[in-house]
Design a protein around this ligand. Structure first.
Ligand SMILES: [Zn+2]
Length: 66
């Protein structure tokens, strides 16, 4: 069972380092792991403050296979 959240579900106009629409998907065994993964991505690629998006990440986190 893997949980995941899509970057472009959080930041609809997000573009990645090469200027294309961002297709990053954060994955983890739990909501916390997904938030941690996505926080690191948002911080390094989109310069979003850690923690700022936590509620949105949780709201868009989905679970595979359920
Ligand atoms: Zn992204």
């Amino acid at each position: 069972m893997v949980k995941f959240a899509r970057c472009n579900a959080l930041l609809s106009l997000a573009i990645d380092a090469s200027g294309k629409g961002c297709r990053y998907v954060a994955k983890g065994e739990s909501d916390n792991d997904v938030v941690k993964d996505m926080d690191a991505h948002l911080t390094s690629v989109h310069k979003v403050q850690p923690g700022e998006m936590t509620a949105n990440i949780l709201a868009s986190t989905r679970t595979h296979g359920s």
